[in-house]
Design a protein around this ligand. Structure first.
Ligand SMILES: Cc1ncc(COP(=O)(O)O)c(C=O)c1O
Length: 415
């Protein structure tokens, strides 16, 4: 899937005004991807939530709220942001891991729709919130997701509850007056075809047949997008068509409503984001006829850890001539002292000079939200573009902010 650098984003102006490295988010693209999902799933009872952790920037959450959809929160911080952005409890779904009693009580008090990840948390929920319905996250024993670090559907591992345990837990919860209202799954991230999701849904539907109290099926996120030209994104329209007709059949046969929910993050925000970075150093290795060209940028794995974590192959464009023939081969690195801090090996681009600006595509998800200050590097500013207008959404960090929490005046307890 070839994707050209969009010409409605004034990248040059952004570099001049805000410098590099800098994140850029195209809010129009986010709006259009949300509308695409809403339309695709409009043939059944459907609730769409944006997964905050993909990119929690307030400007993006505002777009999500204005588009009339909800958010998926997975932590106390997500919940705080969701509330701060004006989402009401009905617009929030919460599926966290390792919940404290304090967080459970907050979810209960605020009437947030919650899905629990273990039998142990359900036991605590029943003790703390005996009247509050809840959902359960299921691991349908399916291996899916682009990396083994992002596979949440396998039996016997970290996430979810085994299918075989669900009927037992539904009955146990009932004894405490807690109704299990729905089932949730998130079997993996970055899935590029619908087969694993459909297979997982087929494994969950018998539970909906068995327990008429189950009102919703949340299929999680994991709708993958295209990071390089050899990759096509998840065919969401095809997935939606098959899922909607499965649910329609269920609803007709059992004569009761069943809501479908989805909570994608990457699909909505990844393709809408870019990192602009300057080429600081061009290094040429030359020995016995072997030649290698290395580019070192002013961005690093701090700004886009996925490059190193998953060996990602994001599209990279030369800003001055993005469509010129890609005649030169480069290994492209970030500017920390880690040898593995790499944006791409053996990448073909037009000839690049020091001072040129490179644009890294598909950086709207799991980029700034995973950024670090390793090597004492500062967090980069975030810029949004909407309807042809450019605005600063987060300023860059200062050293005072970075180091201001530390103190050298240690107060030791008196002996
Ligand atoms: C419970 C849950 N829902 C939704 C998501 C969003 O996933 P993605 O960004 O792959 O769509 C995640 C990601 O880890 C998740 O853990």
């Amino acid at each position: 899937m070839k994707i050209a650098l969009p010409n409605h984003i004034p990248f040059d102006q952004i570099v001049k005004q805000f410098g590099t490295p800098v994140y850029v988010y195209d809010l129009d693209e986010i709006r259009s991807r949300v509308e695409r999902l809403k339309k695709a799933f409009s043939f059944t009872l459907f609730d769409l939530f944006y997964s905050i952790k993909a990119n929690p920037h307030l400007s993006i959450l505002n777009v999500i709220r204005d588009a009339g959809i909800g958010v998926d929160a997975c932590s106390a911080g997500d919940l705080w942001l969701a509330e701060k952005s004006g989402f009401c409890p009905e617009q929030i779904t919460f599926t966290g891991v390792g919940l404290s009693n304090e967080l459970m009580s907050r979810l209960h008090q605020k009437s947030i729709r919650t899905n629990l990840d273990s039998a142990s948390e359900l036991k605590r929920w029943c003790a703390l919130s005996p009247s509050r319905p809840v959902g359960l996250r299921v691991a349908p024993d399916i291996k899916a997701g682009f990396s083994e670090h992002c596979q949440g559907g396998r039996w016997g591992e970290k996430l979810g509850i085994g299918l075989e345990e669900i009927p037992i837990l539904i009955k146990k919860a009932k004894k405490y007056g807690v109704v299990i209202r729905g089932l949730h799954m998130h079997i993996g991230s970055g899935m590029l075809n619908s087969a694993p999701i459909l297979k997982a849904v087929d494994r969950l539907l018998p539970l909906f047949e068995q327990f008429s109290q189950l009102e919703y099926l949340n299929i999680g996120g994991g709708l993958g997008t295209s990071y390089h030209d050899d990759e096509d994104e998840m065919p969401v329209e095809q997935l939606a068509q098959t899922l909607c007709s499965k649910l329609k059949q269920f609803i007709k046969f059992h004569n009761r409503p069943l809501r479908l929910q989805a909570e994608p993050g990457e699909f909505i925000s990844a393709p809408a984001g870019y990192i602009l970075s300057k080429v600081m150093v061009k290094k040429i290795w030359n020995r016995n006829g072997e030649r290698r060209e290395v580019l070192i940028l002013d961005a690093s794995m701090n700004h886009y850890p996925a490059g190193v974590l998953y060996n990602s192959m994001n599209r990279i464009y030369l800003l001055s001539t993005p469509n010129a023939p890609a005649t030169h081969k480069y290994d492209i690195f970030g500017n920390t002292n880690q040898s593995g801090d790499r944006f791409g090996g053996a990448r073909y681009l037009p000839e690049v000079k020091e001072g040129d600006i490179l644009v890294l595509g598909s950086c709207g998800a799991y980029a700034a939200s995973r950024a670090s200050t390793f090597n004492e590097h500062l967090l980069a500013p975030e810029i949004v573009v909407s309807k042809g207008q450019v605005a600063l959404a987060s300023r860059g960090q200062t050293f005072e902010e970075l180091f201001g929490r530390m103190t050298s005046k240690l107060v030791w307890p008196k002996q």
